[in-house]
Design a protein around this ligand. Structure first.
Ligand SMILES: O=C(O)C(=O)C[C@]1(C(=O)O)C=C[C@@H](O)C=C1
Length: 140
């Protein structure tokens, strides 16, 4: 019988029945982690669209008032779900920080293209549009 790769280091020193239980729990953890990756990918797709919209309309990358509301809401949900609200806050802040970095990169690359366009006295705004698209792809 080949050992499940999820057994990890425990395979060397854990009783077979306990190992079976551990492997089964780890299978659930793997499914949950996969779901987290898919959820985060979808969230970043949505925030990339927000970043492009903000760059186009020269809006600031961050919106602290919105963040405050999101954190308050998430902490309430976490509490309800028996998840440590402080952890939920740290986790959301970590994600939002990354989103803001992406927004700033989109805005910087769109700005650079707009300046290039002005320097060449070109009225072609489609160039700026393609910078948004390029930044969107780059920041994935
Ligand atoms: O909603 C926005 O304006 C976003 O840019 C998205 C988001 C988020 O990741 O939820 C990121 C940065 C802002 O400060 C607030 C929220």
């Amino acid at each position: 019988m080949s050992t499940d790769p999820r057994a990890g280091e425990a395979a060397a020193y854990v009783e077979p029945e306990i190992l079976e239980e551990l492997v089964s729990m780890r299978a659930s953890i793997d499914n949950i982690d996969a779901t987290l990756v898919y959820l985060l990918a979808e969230r970043f797709k949505a925030t990339q669209r927000v970043g492009v919209l903000k760059a186009k309309h020269r809006l600031p990358a961050a919106d602290p008032a919105r963040e405050k509301k999101q954190i308050e809401r998430l902490k309430r949900l976490a509490d309800d779900a028996q998840l440590d609200p402080e952890f939920a806050e740290k986790f959301l802040n970590f994600i939002i920080e990354e989103v803001i970095r992406h927004h700033q990169a989109i805005s910087a690359s769109a700005g650079a293209t707009t300046e290039d366009t002005a320097a060449h006295s070109s009225a072609d705004t489609s160039e700026a549009g393609s910078a948004y698209d390029a930044a969107e792809t780059e920041n994935r």
